[in-house]
Design a protein around this ligand. Structure first.
Ligand SMILES: [Zn+2]
Length: 278
């Protein structure tokens, strides 16, 4: 072991970090505050030391810094500015190499970057699509047979699949969860859930027949009027907020496209702020 200065460390990184860590690492170094003096091993583990000690001081962290974390709950990574709800990945899905968190050149936030092949593994919000299936003033709800929120009520909705459109996904989810066939009308509401990196797109749907029954993910499916809604047994705030808007608009006979932000209150489990955007 030997001591080196911050300036020396920077020059060593320029030399040693090519091509590992990737090009982006060198660019990123010039964008952050000068690091503290560091202790680096002067042996064959130099690259590992770079990742483990030097890289964090420059604003990037190895992706395996906290072995005890649960997905999305790494406090140190959160302090480094990486969104807490993001999945922390350790290995590259293209080559199996180690991943580090750093800001690639031209970017402005940390990404998982492969230290071997330089692949950048972006993470983006997931899209949930579904519908409000209506029949003569009643709405079809599903009682969940799966976690999370087992036994609670929801609208037919789920993660969009590759190769389908949003309204096709809503039809598919309604068929899968309620064995119900719907004709999709307009988009009713977009709900942004930034704390879990999800966006809901819920459409208005017309039940085409009354031949429905629970799918594998549902304990029960029922057509319910507004005064029969199990408001205190709704699975997700997205569902209850969308249904409140829906029944209010039913009363007016107009269905303008809505947008909501639902944000979990920090430190208060189960409490959310609902912001109506339109
Ligand atoms: Zn790779």
């Amino acid at each position: 072991m030997r001591f080196i200065s911050a300036t020396h460390a920077r020059s060593r990184v320029r030399t040693i970090a090519r091509p590992y860590p990737p090009q982006g690492h060198r660019v990123n170094i010039s964008l952050v505050n000068p690091p503290r003096p560091l202790i680096l091993a002067s042996n064959s583990s130099y690259r590992a030391e770079l990742l483990r000690r030097l890289v964090p001081s420059f604003g990037a962290v190895p992706a395996d810094i906290d072995e005890s974390r649960r997905p999305g709950e790494c406090p140190r990574v959160a302090r480094m500015g990486f969104p807490a709800a993001c999945t922390i990945m350790k290995f590259c899905s293209q080559c199996g190499g180690r991943l580090v968190l750093l800001v690639p050149p031209g970017d402005n936030r940390q990404r998982h970057v492969c230290a071997r092949c330089n692949a950048i593994h972006y993470q983006n919000p997931k899209l949930v699509t579904g519908c409000i299936p209506e029949w003569q003033g009643q709405v079809l709800l599903c009682r969940r047979a799966i976690e999370p929120r087992y036994g609670l009520w929801t609208l037919p909705a789920g993660f969009m699949e590759n190769g389908e459109s949003t309204h096709e996904g809503a039809v598919r989810e309604t068929l899968e969860e309620a064995n119900a066939r719907v004709g999709i009308d307009d988009l009713f509401v977009t709900v942004n859930l930034p704390h879990i990196n999800q966006v809901y797109m819920l459409f208005r749907g017309r039940l085409l027949d009354l031949d429905f029954h629970p799918g594998e993910e549902s304990l029960a499916v029922e057509l319910l009027r507004e005064d029969q809604m199990p408001w205190d047994k709704m699975a997700f705030p997205t569902v209850s907020e969308a249904l409140k808007l829906y029944f209010a608009d039913c009363g007016k006979g107009r269905f303008p496209v809505r947008m909501l932000d639902i944000v979990r209150e920090t430190g208060v489990p189960g409490r959310y702020q609902v912001r109506r955007i339109s």
